[in-house]
Design a protein around this ligand. Structure first.
Ligand SMILES: Nc1ncnc2c1ncn2[C@@H]1O[C@H](COP(=O)(O)OP(=O)(O)O)[C@@H](O)[C@H]1O
Ligand SMILES: [Mg+2]
Length: 246
């Protein structure tokens, strides 16, 4: 169990790319030979299923959180063998789930698993705390703008309050434009290393449109390459750059 990494992708603001990164990072880690599970803990914005075309799944994490299914019953196999625990998209199912059961549920992850990537909800809601409590490490996700960075700061504080190590941040949708806050400045504000800079990439939208994850549709696109780099870096150690990532 000790070697297993339970990493929550967390942010203060919604729409910064957590779900996109969770889905593709999960595939990237699997491609690199790591047994990986992606968990949709973002119960009130359950978007992970859409990225894997799992929105018609009979069993979801909502059933597991309602105590009516086991984790193994709600895991679906995706590209490169990544396992996905989708959340239900209907309002009735969303209401049934008990988010506070998330830590208990994730204690049943099979021991041979290398990585559990948790798509945590944004903000500081009850379900956010539950998702963070289920994790052992936190990876902050932000876009290079002041609102997103400032909200991320609050998430960092909550994570620390819960005793979690923020291992770093991912800067997403970087366009290199003048009005963006520079990565060095964000690093200073959040006081965590930047583990990846993912560029704004129209491939992300194209992939969404085609219902195929970006890493499957176009592994050579700039955002896909950055996410592969992030996966290598995570495998290399906690915040350390591995040789493979260089
Ligand atoms: N690197 C990127 N380049 C272009 N579009 C992106 C990128 N990352 C995310 N997006 C888009 O931004 C929107 C929000 O992403 P999403 O992953 O759903 O964010 P969150 O889960 O944080 O709410 C989606 O429309 C997604 O396609
Ligand atoms: Mg999301």
């Amino acid at each position: 169990m000790i070697h297993m990494r339970l990493i929550a992708l967390a942010s203060g603001k919604g729409g910064v790319g957590r779900t996109t990164i969770a889905a593709n990072l999960g595939i990237a880690l699997s491609k690199l030979g790591k047994s990986t599970i992606i968990i949709d803990a973002s119960l009130t914005s359950p978007d992970l299923a859409l990225l894997f075309k799992l929105e018609k799944s009979v069993y979801t994490i909502n059933d597991a959180l309602a105590g009516e299914a086991s984790l193994s019953e709600i895991l679906y196999t995706g590209p490169s063998g990544v396992k996905i625990a989708p959340a239900a998209v209907t309002l009735e199912q969303i209401r049934r789930a008990r988010p506070e059961r998330m830590p208990e549920l994730l204690r049943t992850v099979p021991e041979k698993t290398d990585f559990v990537i948790i798509d945590a909800p944004s903000g500081l809601r009850r379900e956010t705390i539950a998702a963070l409590r289920a994790a052992r490490e936190v990876l902050l996700v932000t876009t290079p703008d002041m609102v997103s960075v400032s909200d991320c700061m609050k998430t960092r504080l909550i994570a620390e309050f819960l005793g979690l190590t923020p291992i770093g941040m991912v800067l997403n949708r970087v366009r290199g434009e003048e009005f963006e806050i520079e990565s060095n400045e964000i690093k200073t504000i959040l006081n965590v290393p930047v583990l990846a800079e993912i560029p704004e990439d129209e491939g992300v939208k194209l992939a969404l449109n085609q219902g195929v994850p970006l890493l499957v549709l176009d592994a050579k696109s700039p955002a896909a390459k950055a996410i592969m780099g992030l996966a290598r870096r995570l495998i290399g150690g906690r915040g350390k750059v591995s040789k493979a990532a260089a």
